[in-house]
Design a protein around this ligand. Structure first.
Ligand code: 9MR
Length: 366
């Protein structure tokens, strides 16, 4: 039975690891510690090679940020373009980085989730054909990276934020309209058949804090388990604001304990802890990149420390991953109209922030 257990790393003493990047510390405690990454970023000329070096110094795992998403690679029935994902995954493997796959079914019709051409064909596709299409896509993608991708987000963000009348408050999506709740079960089954050793996750945002969306998550997980779907664990994204400081016994701890009670693992999959950023015009080179107030960086360091301790206090935590690591490459300013950002460990110039030091401290067991 899983339970909250302090990992005993408080015993470790400061050592030469203090002066190295975070990767050595994560390796030493056998922790999967990752960041999202983009294939063009790891090319030698991006930011003078700093982007790829920062990954190598600090992480032992990566997850393609967008390159493995269905709209990025799925060009038509039977047509999948693996150019970018192959490049990134080959680079990761040649540098002994583990790879997390993201994502097989992004269960929404909205945004960068499902290829437009598939939605356009919807009225000509029967449920049986949809099942076959799902099977063939998952088999091709998981099969190509069999043994190379350690864990996959099989289904991502299937639960809607606002209330609706669908089971588990699922989003209205192509896959739900064609296959009902079975699409969830099929996706896990097909992925498992294609790579039986791969760990398979359901991944979502705003489910780490308790409340209605979390209740829907548990209902969905219980449904998947009742159908014997081969699910390993839950990916909690942890896109949060750096005002939060989790403490044992609070809603964050309670939610993760419920995953342990269900004998599943979990990962923190996309952590970034944003702060307000300086309002600048879009043409300013610093647009979206500079904190509004230096005090927020101290608060952010406290918040990172507490979130790291939250994850590491559970034995069934299979890893901690950040959604990027330099403020120069982050989705947040673009999606908040330039009001929030600076959510990561290094600043836009790849200089370590206070948050970096607090993560280092926790990884070193201090
Ligand atoms: O960071 C990603 C951004 O570059 C993309 O434009 C966006 C749309 O697909 O997705 C972002 O990543 C999301 C991830 O795939 C799933 N969880 C939320 C992430 C942030 O939106």
């Amino acid at each position: 039975m899983f339970s909250i257990v302090a990992l005993g790393c408080a015993m470790m003493t400061p050592s030469s690891l203090d002066s190295t990047g975070l990767r050595a510390l994560a390796d030493k405690r056998h922790l999967n510690f990752g960041t999202c990454a983009f294939s063009d970023g790891v090319k030698a000329d991006i930011d003078g090679g700093k982007y790829r070096q920062g990954i190598l110094d600090n992480f032992n795992m990566i997850e393609p940020e967008n390159d493995l998403k269905p709209p990025a690679m799925w060009q038509g029935l039977g047509k999948i373009d693996f150019t970018k994902s192959d490049y990134l995954i080959d680079w990761a493997r040649s540098n002994k980085l583990k790879v997390r796959g993201h994502v097989l079914v992004y269960a929404s019709d909205w945004g960068y989730t499902i290829p437009r051409w598939l939605l356009d064909k919807e009225k000509d596709i029967t449920p049986e054909q949809a099942k076959q299409i799902l099977h063939d896509y998952i088999t091709a993608v998981v099969g190509r990276y069999k043994g190379k991708i350690a864990m996959w987000d099989v289904v991502n963000e299937a639960i809607e934020d606002g209330p609706n009348s669908r089971p588990f408050n699922l989003r209205d999506s192509f896959w739900y309209r064609k296959l009902g709740t079975d699409f969830l079960v099929y996706a896990f089954q097909f992925a498992h058949e294609a790579d039986p050793k791969c760990k398979l996750y359901y991944n979502d945002y705003s489910v780490e804090i308790g409340g209605t969306k979390t209740e829907n998550l548990f209902k969905m997980v219980d449904f998947l388990k009742s159908k014997n779907a081969p699910i390993t664990g839950i990916g909690f994204q942890f896109h949060r604001w750096a005002v939060e400081v989790p403490k044992p016994g609070d809603k964050f701890y309670e939610t993760l304990q419920q995953i342990a009670d269900r004998k599943l693992t979990f990962m923190m999959t996309e952590m970034d802890l944003s702060i307000p950023i300086k309002r600048l015009t879009r043409t300013d080179p610093d647009y979206g990149l500079v904190p509004a107030s230096p005090e927020d960086l101290e608060q952010q360091a406290k918040s990172y420390e507490a979130f790291m301790r939250l994850g590491l206090s559970f034995k069934n935590c299979e890893g901690i991953q950040l959604w990027g690591y330099t403020d120069g490459h982050s989705w947040i300013p673009g999606s908040t109209g330039g009001s929030r950002g600076a959510a990561l460990l290094l600043d836009k110039d790849y200089k370590p922030k206070l948050a970096y030091e607090s993560v280092r401290k926790v990884l070193a067991g201090r």
